[in-house]
Design a protein around this ligand. Structure first.
Ligand code: F6R
Length: 320
């Protein structure tokens, strides 16, 4: 039931704080991330020298965020492979490979076939899934469930947030098991605990602002999304969501790619969303994104930034 919401999608967007909280629940003990479902399965993480994350669509963008988390904390190389590309070539995998699949439904055929393919070749398999008892987790050695609740809308929203949450938890769990966690893990664990409340705050404070922006952009024919680091997959997801929901052409880029071609698309009036990472995370990445904003503003783009509260004026919403 939509319960008063205009659509299932609006309802599911609003359910994100709960989805994220439910995905975290029971998986942080003291300062440590311990995923109980992975108890006794340390060999999935210790006897490997590479990880491949495979998924389709939105889940593949969550996978790209997972790459940062797992490489950062578990210090093992991670590749992200679209499931429908992975199984149609002859990838180099074996028992030293952990193949992590991500699927909201747990039934996506391309992802399922990629998991089966990986297993047949001796890889270890772990799935991140939102649907209890679905086929993909049944075909995997281990499963970490996202607890986002049923996702009815075709466009994935709260499941994506829960997938990213689960991947951050997985990165921290793997790092602990592998003994590779650095001091930033402690802060990340604390930040994870604070996340549901922050998501709720953004939804409460920004929803009206975002609807105004939507009105402002309704006649636009094309929208670009730029990001760096984890902002890059989020830019890809933003573009996918806009295409699916509004039928407006949208493209996501890594901000650093701009000067290698896509800057040609920046004409006066072109709306560009820029994901500005927090300088607390990396002053360098932050300043690079700020200089990208200056570049595209100089070409007349209408820049809409998605940034933390308290960002400098160059990062704030344009006034009209
Ligand atoms: C986009 C969307 C799709 C799915 C993709 C994978 O909004 O919903 O891109 O993310 O089809 O689906 P699952 O996660 O069920 O394997």
């Amino acid at each position: 039931e939509k319960g008063g919401w205009s659509s299932f999608m609006a309802k599911e967007v609003a359910e994100q704080p709960e989805a994220v909280a439910n995905t975290i629940r029971g998986r942080i003990q003291g300062d440590d991330v311990i995923i109980p479902e992975l108890d006794g399965l340390d060999e999935l993480f210790t006897g490997i020298n590479r990880v491949i994350i495979t998924a389709c669509g939105t889940a593949s963008y969550a996978a790209l965020v997972g790459k940062y988390a797992i490489e950062q904390w578990a210090r093992v190389p991670v590749d992200v492979e679209l499931a429908h590309e992975f199984r149609y070539r002859d990838p180099v995998i074996g028992d030293d490979t952990l193949v992590v699949s991500i699927s909201q439904s747990g039934e996506t055929m391309d992802t399922l076939m990629a998991v089966k393919y990986a297993r047949e070749r001796g890889a270890k398999t772990l799935s991140i899934c939102n649907t209890q008892g679905a086929t993909i987790p049944r075909e995997s050695d281990a499963v970490v469930y996202t607890h986002a609740g049923p996702e009815v809308a075709v466009a994935s929203t709260k499941a994506f947030s829960a997938q990213i949450t689960a991947l951050l938890l997985l990165g921290l769990h793997m790092g602990r098991v592998r003994g590779t966690l650095a001091s930033d893990a402690l802060e990340a664990t604390a930040e994870l605990q604070a996340l549901p409340e922050k998501v709720a705050q953004v939804l409460a404070e920004e929803t009206e602002h975002v609807s105004q922006l939507a009105g402002w952009m309704a006649d636009t024919r094309s929208v670009l999304f730029l990001g760096r680091h984890v902002g890059y997959p989020i830019a890809l997801e933003g573009a996918l969501k806009l295409k699916e929901i509004s039928y407006i052409h949208a493209e996501g880029f890594a901000a650093g790619e701009l000067k290698h071609g896509p800057i040609a698309l920046i004409e006066p009036g072109q709306p560009v969303f820029v994901l500005v990472p927090s300088p607390r995370h990396s002053a360098l990445i932050h300043s690079k994104v700020v200089s990208n904003i200056q570049e595209i503003r100089a070409r007349g783009a209408r820049v809409i930034v998605v940034a933390e509260e308290g960002m400098p004026p160059c990062c704030r919403m344009p006034t009209r």
